[in-house]
Design a protein around this ligand. Sequence first.
Ligand SMILES: Nc1nc(=O)c2c([nH]1)NC[C@@H]1CN(c3ccc(C(=O)N[C@@H](CCC(=O)O)C(=O)O)cc3)CN21
Ligand SMILES: O=c1ccn([C@H]2C[C@H](O)[C@@H](COP(=O)(O)O)O2)c(=O)[nH]1
Length: 283
Amino acid sequence: MKQYLALCQRIIDQGTWIENERTGKRCLTVINADLEYDVGNNQFPMITTRKSFYKSAIAEFLGYMRGYDNAADFRALGTKTWDANANLNEAWLNNPHRKGEDDMGRVYGVQGRAWAKPDGTTLDQLKKIVENLKNGIDDRAEILTFYNPGEFGMGCLRPCMHTHTFSLLGDTLHLTSYQRSCDVPLGLNFNQVQVFAFLALMAQITGKKAGKAYHKIVNAHIYEDQLELMQEVQLKREPFPSPQLKINPKITSLEDLETWVTMDDFEVVGYQCHDAIKYPFSV
Ligand SMILES: Nc1nc(=O)c2c([nH]1)NC[C@@H]1CN(c3ccc(C(=O)N[C@@H](CCC(=O)O)C(=O)O)cc3)CN21
Ligand SMILES: O=c1ccn([C@H]2C[C@H](O)[C@@H](COP(=O)(O)O)O2)c(=O)[nH]1
Protein backbone atom coordinates (compact mmCIF):
# COMPACT_ATOMS: atom_id res chain seq x y z
CA MET A 1 0.00 0.00 0.00
CA LYS A 2 2.87 2.40 0.82
CA GLN A 3 4.33 1.87 -2.68
CA TYR A 4 0.97 2.92 -4.20
CA LEU A 5 0.85 6.13 -2.16
CA ALA A 6 4.52 6.81 -2.92
CA LEU A 7 3.77 6.57 -6.64
CA CYS A 8 0.80 8.96 -6.32
CA GLN A 9 2.99 11.42 -4.40
CA ARG A 10 5.79 11.08 -6.96
CA ILE A 11 3.39 11.94 -9.79
CA ILE A 12 2.29 15.05 -7.88
CA ASP A 13 5.85 16.11 -6.97
CA GLN A 14 7.67 15.25 -10.20
CA GLY A 15 5.00 14.72 -12.88
CA THR A 16 4.86 16.55 -16.21
CA TRP A 17 1.55 17.75 -17.72
CA ILE A 18 0.86 15.92 -20.97
CA GLU A 19 -2.07 16.54 -23.33
CA ASN A 20 -3.98 13.35 -24.21
CA GLU A 21 -5.67 13.55 -27.58
CA ARG A 22 -7.92 10.48 -27.19
CA THR A 23 -9.66 11.75 -24.04
CA GLY A 24 -9.13 15.49 -24.59
CA LYS A 25 -7.74 15.81 -21.05
CA ARG A 26 -4.34 16.62 -19.58
CA CYS A 27 -2.56 14.03 -17.46
CA LEU A 28 0.10 14.60 -14.82
CA THR A 29 2.57 11.92 -15.87
CA VAL A 30 5.73 10.09 -14.78
CA ILE A 31 7.62 7.39 -16.65
CA ASN A 32 8.57 4.07 -15.06
CA ALA A 33 7.17 2.62 -11.86
CA ASP A 34 8.04 -0.75 -10.32
CA LEU A 35 5.64 -2.33 -7.87
CA GLU A 36 6.07 -5.65 -6.06
CA TYR A 37 3.48 -7.87 -4.38
CA ASP A 38 4.18 -10.68 -1.91
CA VAL A 39 1.71 -13.29 -3.11
CA GLY A 40 3.41 -16.15 -1.20
CA ASN A 41 2.67 -14.40 2.10
CA ASN A 42 -0.78 -13.30 0.92
CA GLN A 43 -0.25 -9.55 1.31
CA PHE A 44 -3.20 -8.63 -0.91
CA PRO A 45 -2.55 -5.16 -2.44
CA MET A 46 -6.07 -3.84 -2.09
CA ILE A 47 -6.09 -0.07 -1.65
CA THR A 48 -7.14 0.88 1.90
CA THR A 49 -7.12 4.68 1.64
CA ARG A 50 -10.46 4.43 -0.15
CA LYS A 51 -13.06 1.72 -0.50
CA SER A 52 -11.97 -0.60 -3.33
CA PHE A 53 -13.92 -3.12 -5.33
CA TYR A 54 -11.78 -6.20 -5.79
CA LYS A 55 -14.54 -8.39 -7.21
CA SER A 56 -14.94 -6.31 -10.39
CA ALA A 57 -11.17 -6.41 -10.85
CA ILE A 58 -10.97 -10.19 -10.50
CA ALA A 59 -14.06 -10.66 -12.68
CA GLU A 60 -12.42 -8.57 -15.39
CA PHE A 61 -9.26 -10.66 -15.29
CA LEU A 62 -11.17 -13.95 -15.22
CA GLY A 63 -12.97 -12.72 -18.35
CA TYR A 64 -9.58 -12.25 -20.03
CA MET A 65 -8.52 -15.75 -18.96
CA ARG A 66 -11.70 -17.08 -20.55
CA GLY A 67 -11.07 -15.18 -23.78
CA TYR A 68 -14.22 -13.02 -23.58
CA ASP A 69 -14.79 -10.33 -26.22
CA ASN A 70 -18.15 -8.96 -25.13
CA ALA A 71 -19.05 -6.50 -22.35
CA ALA A 72 -22.25 -8.49 -21.60
CA ASP A 73 -20.18 -11.57 -20.68
CA PHE A 74 -18.11 -9.37 -18.35
CA ARG A 75 -21.30 -8.02 -16.76
CA ALA A 76 -22.55 -11.57 -16.19
CA LEU A 77 -19.30 -12.34 -14.35
CA GLY A 78 -19.69 -9.25 -12.18
CA THR A 79 -18.04 -6.22 -13.78
CA LYS A 80 -19.25 -3.28 -15.83
CA THR A 81 -15.73 -2.06 -16.63
CA TRP A 82 -16.02 -2.71 -20.37
CA ASP A 83 -19.43 -1.09 -20.93
CA ALA A 84 -18.08 2.36 -21.72
CA ASN A 85 -15.24 1.26 -23.98
CA ALA A 86 -17.48 -1.16 -25.92
CA ASN A 87 -20.46 1.19 -26.30
CA LEU A 88 -19.43 4.83 -25.86
CA ASN A 89 -16.09 5.16 -27.63
CA GLU A 90 -16.79 7.17 -30.82
CA ALA A 91 -13.97 5.68 -32.92
CA TRP A 92 -15.03 2.13 -32.02
CA LEU A 93 -18.73 2.82 -32.69
CA ASN A 94 -17.80 3.83 -36.25
CA ASN A 95 -15.41 0.90 -36.75
CA PRO A 96 -16.68 -1.59 -39.37
CA HIS A 97 -15.24 -4.50 -37.32
CA ARG A 98 -17.62 -3.80 -34.39
CA LYS A 99 -20.14 -6.66 -34.32
CA GLY A 100 -22.85 -4.74 -32.45
CA GLU A 101 -23.89 -3.79 -28.91
CA ASP A 102 -21.30 -4.76 -26.26
CA ASP A 103 -18.74 -6.11 -28.75
CA MET A 104 -15.18 -5.25 -27.72
CA GLY A 105 -13.47 -6.77 -30.74
CA ARG A 106 -10.12 -8.51 -30.76
CA VAL A 107 -8.75 -7.29 -27.43
CA TYR A 108 -7.11 -8.88 -24.36
CA GLY A 109 -8.50 -12.39 -23.87
CA VAL A 110 -9.12 -12.97 -27.56
CA GLN A 111 -5.40 -12.53 -28.15
CA GLY A 112 -4.55 -14.61 -25.07
CA ARG A 113 -6.70 -17.61 -26.00
CA ALA A 114 -7.18 -17.31 -29.77
CA TRP A 115 -4.26 -15.47 -31.36
CA ALA A 116 -4.86 -15.61 -35.12
CA LYS A 117 -2.13 -17.48 -36.98
CA PRO A 118 -1.35 -16.83 -40.66
CA ASP A 119 -2.61 -20.32 -41.58
CA GLY A 120 -6.11 -19.48 -40.34
CA THR A 121 -5.93 -21.50 -37.10
CA THR A 122 -5.61 -19.97 -33.61
CA LEU A 123 -3.05 -20.24 -30.82
CA ASP A 124 -3.95 -20.65 -27.14
CA GLN A 125 -1.11 -18.93 -25.27
CA LEU A 126 -2.54 -19.45 -21.79
CA LYS A 127 -3.09 -23.18 -22.19
CA LYS A 128 0.53 -23.74 -23.25
CA ILE A 129 1.78 -21.90 -20.15
CA VAL A 130 -0.49 -23.86 -17.79
CA GLU A 131 0.57 -27.20 -19.32
CA ASN A 132 4.27 -26.35 -19.09
CA LEU A 133 4.13 -25.06 -15.51
CA LYS A 134 2.10 -28.08 -14.37
CA ASN A 135 4.91 -30.26 -15.72
CA GLY A 136 7.59 -28.21 -13.99
CA ILE A 137 8.75 -26.61 -17.23
CA ASP A 138 9.81 -22.97 -17.56
CA ASP A 139 11.16 -22.56 -21.09
CA ARG A 140 12.10 -18.93 -20.26
CA ALA A 141 9.31 -17.82 -22.56
CA GLU A 142 6.20 -18.54 -20.49
CA ILE A 143 4.73 -15.35 -21.89
CA LEU A 144 1.10 -14.39 -22.28
CA THR A 145 0.80 -11.30 -24.45
CA PHE A 146 -2.36 -9.46 -25.34
CA TYR A 147 -0.34 -7.03 -27.47
CA ASN A 148 -1.03 -7.63 -31.16
CA PRO A 149 -0.37 -4.37 -33.07
CA GLY A 150 -1.56 -5.94 -36.32
CA GLU A 151 -5.08 -6.17 -34.88
CA PHE A 152 -5.35 -2.88 -32.94
CA GLY A 153 -7.83 -1.65 -35.56
CA MET A 154 -10.10 -4.61 -34.76
CA GLY A 155 -10.62 -3.82 -31.06
CA CYS A 156 -12.05 -1.02 -28.93
CA LEU A 157 -8.87 -0.31 -26.91
CA ARG A 158 -5.24 -1.28 -27.01
CA PRO A 159 -4.36 -3.42 -23.99
CA CYS A 160 -2.87 -1.53 -21.05
CA MET A 161 -1.53 -4.39 -18.97
CA HIS A 162 -0.34 -6.22 -22.03
CA THR A 163 2.20 -8.92 -21.18
CA HIS A 164 2.59 -11.42 -18.32
CA THR A 165 5.69 -13.60 -17.94
CA PHE A 166 5.75 -16.58 -15.55
CA SER A 167 8.96 -17.92 -14.06
CA LEU A 168 9.53 -21.11 -12.09
CA LEU A 169 12.35 -21.26 -9.58
CA GLY A 170 12.19 -24.78 -8.14
CA ASP A 171 8.55 -25.17 -7.18
CA THR A 172 7.92 -21.45 -6.64
CA LEU A 173 6.10 -19.49 -9.33
CA HIS A 174 6.75 -15.79 -9.97
CA LEU A 175 5.06 -13.34 -12.32
CA THR A 176 6.28 -10.22 -14.10
CA SER A 177 3.51 -8.06 -15.59
CA TYR A 178 4.03 -5.12 -17.94
CA GLN A 179 1.71 -2.16 -18.31
CA ARG A 180 2.14 0.55 -20.97
CA SER A 181 -0.34 3.09 -19.58
CA CYS A 182 -1.85 3.43 -16.12
CA ASP A 183 -4.69 5.57 -14.75
CA VAL A 184 -3.31 5.53 -11.20
CA PRO A 185 -6.44 6.65 -9.24
CA LEU A 186 -8.81 4.24 -11.01
CA GLY A 187 -7.05 1.63 -13.14
CA LEU A 188 -4.19 0.81 -10.77
CA ASN A 189 -6.60 -0.17 -7.97
CA PHE A 190 -7.80 -2.85 -10.33
CA ASN A 191 -4.49 -3.75 -11.90
CA GLN A 192 -2.75 -4.41 -8.56
CA VAL A 193 -5.51 -6.82 -7.58
CA GLN A 194 -5.36 -8.49 -11.00
CA VAL A 195 -1.61 -9.09 -11.01
CA PHE A 196 -1.81 -10.56 -7.52
CA ALA A 197 -4.85 -12.74 -8.27
CA PHE A 198 -3.38 -13.95 -11.57
CA LEU A 199 -0.27 -15.31 -9.85
CA ALA A 200 -2.28 -16.78 -6.97
CA LEU A 201 -4.64 -18.55 -9.41
CA MET A 202 -1.91 -19.81 -11.72
CA ALA A 203 0.08 -21.19 -8.76
CA GLN A 204 -3.05 -22.91 -7.49
CA ILE A 205 -4.01 -24.57 -10.81
CA THR A 206 -0.46 -25.66 -11.63
CA GLY A 207 0.29 -27.02 -8.15
CA LYS A 208 3.12 -24.56 -7.43
CA LYS A 209 3.86 -22.25 -4.52
CA ALA A 210 3.16 -18.59 -5.25
CA GLY A 211 6.17 -16.30 -4.92
CA LYS A 212 6.42 -12.63 -5.92
CA ALA A 213 4.59 -10.63 -8.55
CA TYR A 214 6.52 -7.78 -10.19
CA HIS A 215 4.40 -5.08 -11.81
CA LYS A 216 6.21 -2.78 -14.26
CA ILE A 217 4.48 0.34 -15.48
CA VAL A 218 5.71 2.71 -18.20
CA ASN A 219 3.37 5.75 -18.35
CA ALA A 220 1.74 6.33 -14.93
CA HIS A 221 -0.70 9.26 -14.84
CA ILE A 222 -3.39 11.14 -12.97
CA TYR A 223 -6.05 12.86 -15.13
CA GLU A 224 -6.52 16.58 -14.47
CA ASP A 225 -10.05 16.07 -13.10
CA GLN A 226 -8.81 13.46 -10.57
CA LEU A 227 -5.93 15.45 -9.13
CA GLU A 228 -7.71 17.40 -6.43
CA LEU A 229 -9.38 14.32 -4.93
CA MET A 230 -6.04 12.50 -4.89
CA GLN A 231 -4.09 15.39 -3.39
CA GLU A 232 -6.64 16.77 -0.94
CA VAL A 233 -8.48 13.61 0.09
CA GLN A 234 -6.79 10.27 -0.60
CA LEU A 235 -3.20 11.27 0.12
CA LYS A 236 -4.18 12.82 3.46
CA ARG A 237 -5.33 9.42 4.77
CA GLU A 238 -3.29 6.82 6.69
CA PRO A 239 -3.28 3.33 5.13
CA PHE A 240 -4.47 0.23 7.02
CA PRO A 241 -2.61 -3.12 6.98
CA SER A 242 -3.05 -5.31 3.88
CA PRO A 243 -5.96 -7.76 3.88
CA GLN A 244 -5.71 -11.36 2.61
CA LEU A 245 -7.28 -12.94 -0.46
CA LYS A 246 -8.94 -16.34 0.01
CA ILE A 247 -9.52 -18.40 -3.13
CA ASN A 248 -11.72 -21.49 -3.13
CA PRO A 249 -9.24 -24.43 -2.91
CA LYS A 250 -11.58 -26.51 -5.11
CA ILE A 251 -10.29 -24.53 -8.10
CA THR A 252 -7.56 -26.82 -9.45
CA SER A 253 -7.53 -26.46 -13.25
CA LEU A 254 -7.86 -24.03 -16.14
CA GLU A 255 -11.10 -25.80 -17.00
CA ASP A 256 -12.49 -24.98 -13.55
CA LEU A 257 -11.71 -21.31 -14.22
CA GLU A 258 -13.40 -21.54 -17.61
CA THR A 259 -16.56 -23.29 -16.47
CA TRP A 260 -17.93 -22.93 -12.95
CA VAL A 261 -15.88 -20.32 -11.06
CA THR A 262 -17.80 -17.19 -9.98
CA MET A 263 -16.94 -14.23 -7.78
CA ASP A 264 -18.33 -16.24 -4.82
CA ASP A 265 -15.12 -18.28 -4.98
CA PHE A 266 -13.12 -15.23 -3.84
CA GLU A 267 -13.19 -13.63 -0.42
CA VAL A 268 -11.20 -10.90 1.26
CA VAL A 269 -10.37 -11.24 4.93
CA GLY A 270 -9.35 -8.37 7.17
CA TYR A 271 -10.13 -5.46 4.84
CA GLN A 272 -10.23 -2.16 6.68
CA CYS A 273 -10.59 0.96 4.57
CA HIS A 274 -11.47 4.65 4.45
CA ASP A 275 -14.62 5.98 2.73
CA ALA A 276 -15.17 5.56 -1.00
CA ILE A 277 -13.90 8.27 -3.39
CA LYS A 278 -15.61 8.65 -6.73
CA TYR A 279 -12.91 9.47 -9.28
CA PRO A 280 -13.96 10.69 -12.75
CA PHE A 281 -13.50 8.11 -15.51
CA SER A 282 -12.26 9.23 -18.94
CA VAL A 283 -13.42 7.49 -22.10
N1 LIG B 1 -9.57 6.11 -18.35
C1 LIG B 1 -9.56 4.77 -18.13
N2 LIG B 1 -9.08 4.32 -16.96
C2 LIG B 1 -9.05 2.99 -16.71
O1 LIG B 1 -8.59 2.63 -15.61
C3 LIG B 1 -9.53 2.09 -17.69
C4 LIG B 1 -10.04 2.59 -18.91
N3 LIG B 1 -10.04 3.94 -19.11
N4 LIG B 1 -10.56 1.77 -19.87
C5 LIG B 1 -10.46 0.33 -19.77
C6 LIG B 1 -10.37 -0.15 -18.39
C7 LIG B 1 -11.64 -0.18 -17.60
N5 LIG B 1 -11.13 -0.06 -16.22
C8 LIG B 1 -11.90 0.51 -15.19
C9 LIG B 1 -13.16 1.01 -15.45
C10 LIG B 1 -13.92 1.55 -14.45
C11 LIG B 1 -13.42 1.60 -13.16
C12 LIG B 1 -14.28 2.20 -12.08
O2 LIG B 1 -15.23 2.91 -12.36
N6 LIG B 1 -14.00 1.95 -10.82
C13 LIG B 1 -14.72 2.51 -9.70
C14 LIG B 1 -15.91 1.68 -9.29
C15 LIG B 1 -15.75 0.21 -9.47
C16 LIG B 1 -16.98 -0.62 -9.08
O3 LIG B 1 -17.98 -0.07 -8.63
O4 LIG B 1 -16.89 -1.86 -9.24
C17 LIG B 1 -13.76 2.69 -8.53
O5 LIG B 1 -14.08 3.51 -7.68
O6 LIG B 1 -12.70 2.04 -8.50
C18 LIG B 1 -12.15 1.10 -12.89
C19 LIG B 1 -11.39 0.56 -13.90
C20 LIG B 1 -9.71 0.11 -16.23
N7 LIG B 1 -9.51 0.69 -17.53
O1 LIG C 1 -6.18 -2.12 -17.12
C1 LIG C 1 -6.19 -0.90 -17.42
C2 LIG C 1 -6.79 -0.43 -18.58
C3 LIG C 1 -6.75 0.90 -18.85
N1 LIG C 1 -6.13 1.76 -18.01
C4 LIG C 1 -6.13 3.21 -18.35
C5 LIG C 1 -4.83 3.83 -18.74
C6 LIG C 1 -5.29 5.01 -19.60
O2 LIG C 1 -5.69 6.08 -18.75
C7 LIG C 1 -6.53 4.46 -20.31
C8 LIG C 1 -6.20 3.87 -21.66
O3 LIG C 1 -5.90 4.89 -22.56
P1 LIG C 1 -4.76 4.77 -23.67
O4 LIG C 1 -4.92 6.06 -24.43
O5 LIG C 1 -5.07 3.59 -24.52
O6 LIG C 1 -3.44 4.67 -22.97
O7 LIG C 1 -6.98 3.42 -19.46
C9 LIG C 1 -5.55 1.31 -16.84
O8 LIG C 1 -5.00 2.08 -16.03
N2 LIG C 1 -5.59 -0.01 -16.59
